[in-house]
Design a protein around this ligand. Structure first.
Ligand code: GTP
Length: 180
């Protein structure tokens, strides 16, 4: 019998950056304009096809970005294979906060000898709001390098730009890393 491979993915980032929206677009091809903060944790799953045709199931953990959920958030970082850091390209502080607290939190709970054992990607969401952009792509790439993320992607959950790519690139990086 063929074994089903499941990778645990966690999303991290400030409240309102679009974590739930990216998941909703990726899993259900839906976008909602109204904001409903994520209380605690939501888990959904979706299969992705890797470059070599194999499939892998992502178990996607959407953890509320509000400070008051910090205590329970840590429990859900445990055992994560993949992490997607999300910032909002229209709000500068959401990129600053990727390093501290988000990267710091992940390292604290999934780090090994100063290096994360989790494969990561940095996503600049709301790229459709070009007129309100406060963060240039280069700044995102610089930060991605600083936190050793595998890649940086500019995306829009609203217009479904680069959303599938973000999740697939992250899943693929897990296997690429193991082949090196
Ligand atoms: P928490 O649950 O509090 O951690 O927030 P979140 O990061 O899950 O944010 P959420 O997905 O709930 O989105 C917050 C708001 O931003 C909602 O009003 C969304 O409609 C809006 N939004 C999300 N993604 C995009 C996008 O790509 N473009 C635009 N224009 N709006 C977006």
């Amino acid at each position: 019998m063929k074994q089903k491979l499941i990778l645990k993915l966690v999303l991290l980032g400030d409240p309102g950056v679009g974590k739930t929206s990216l998941i909703s677009q990726f899993v259900h091809a839906r976008f909602r304009h109204s904001y409903q903060l994520t209380v605690g944790l939501d888990i959904s799953s979706k299969q992705v096809t890797l470059n070599d045709g194999r499939t892998v199931t992502l178990s996607i953990n959407d953890i509320g970005g509000q400070a008051r959920f910090a205590a329970i958030r840590h429990m859900f970082f445990k055992g994560a294979h993949l992490a997607m850091f999300v910032y909002d390209v229209t709000r500068a502080e959401t990129l600053e906060n990727i390093k501290d607290p988000w990267y710091k939190e992940l390292m604290e709970f999934c780090g090994q000898q100063g290096k994360s054992s989790v494969q990561t990607i940095l996503v600049g969401n709301k790229a459709d709001l070009e007129d309100y952009r406060m963060i240039e792509i280069e700044e995102g790439i610089t930060l991605a390098n600083e936190i050793n993320a595998n890649s940086h992607i500019s995306a829009s959950a609203k217009d479904n730009i680069q959303v599938d790519e973000a999740f697939k690139t992250l899943a693929q990086s897990f296997f690429d890393e193991r082949q090196e």
